[in-house]
Design a protein around this ligand. Structure first.
Ligand code: SF4
Length: 242
């Protein structure tokens, strides 16, 4: 086995049920190049914060949970996992040695040339598409959509299984025209196994206040159940949501 690789993590969730198939051990890494207006972990942005650790230690901590997650696996989320490629690649290799399935949860907003080998190594990609409209994407995330779209295309060419995640934000992405455009666009990708629409929520709002950051969605409401169902119907009609 290779030498352990140093990296920074934000937190862990030992038994998560919402970040990929089955029960999963979720490692949230520290550091993100985006600044999503709705981020519920703005304390994960700073690459110099979090806990300094190494890949071997991360995987040693997973071992006691193997019995619970053997039919699920490990998800590396963030922050942005692809921003610490060597660290994450070594975690994937060590998990594979243990026979564990590994998913990467990413915004894809990272230079593909530097991370395509991580995508190749992962068993599943959870790709967050923040918006289909490029202006809304920029407004929501502070970065252009170019890298995410390139990465999505790479998964099609390499036939990498992916789940798409999309947050429904009133005033931004909760919009029939945009949702239809996104659903039509995703139909072009046969490697997409699942689409998850996640209603915007305000659970992380207090963290923005604690960090002294301006929370621009203070007046934005959460979507209603009916709005979420209508949005899902757009994807259901196209066979993207069961
Ligand atoms: S990509 Fe995720 S961690 Fe990064 S700012 Fe957006 S929501 Fe937060």
């Amino acid at each position: 086995m290779s030498e352990p690789v140093m990296g920074r993590i934000h937190s862990i969730e030992t038994l998560g049920a919402v970040d990929g198939p089955g029960l999963r051990y979720v490692v949230f890494v520290q550091g993100c190049p985006l600044k999503c207006l709705y981020c519920h972990n703005p304390d994960s942005w700073d690459f110099n914060k979090g806990t300094l650790t190494n890949s071997k230690s991360v995987v040693e901590n997973i071992k006691p949970y193997i019995g619970f997650i053997k039919n699920g696996g490990v998800t590396i989320s963030g922050g942005e996992p692809l921003a610490q490629p060597d660290f994450v690649l070594d975690i994937i290799s060590r998990c594979h040695e243990l026979g564990l399935h590994v998913a990467i949860d990413t915004s894809g907003a990272i230079n593909l040339g530097a991370v395509s080998h991580i995508i190749d190594a992962a068993d599943l990609l959870l790709l967050d598409i923040k918006a289909i409209d490029k202006d809304v994407f920029k407004e929501l995330t502070s970065v252009p959509n170019t890298a995410t779209m390139k990465l999505l295309e790479y998964t099609r060419v390499t036939n990498k299984p992916i789940w798409i995640r999309h947050v429904l934000v009133p005033g931004y992405t909760l919009d029939t025209t945009q949702l239809e455009k996104l659903a039509d666009f995703l139909m072009l990708y046969p490697n997409i196994e699942k689409v998850e629409l996640l209603p915007f929520h305000k659970m992380g709002e207090y963290k923005w206040q604690e960090l002294g950051k301006e929370y621009k969605l203070f007046d934005t409401r959460e979507p209603t159940l009916e709005e979420v169902k209508d949005a899902e119907d757009i994807f259901r009609k196209r066979g993207l949501i069961k």
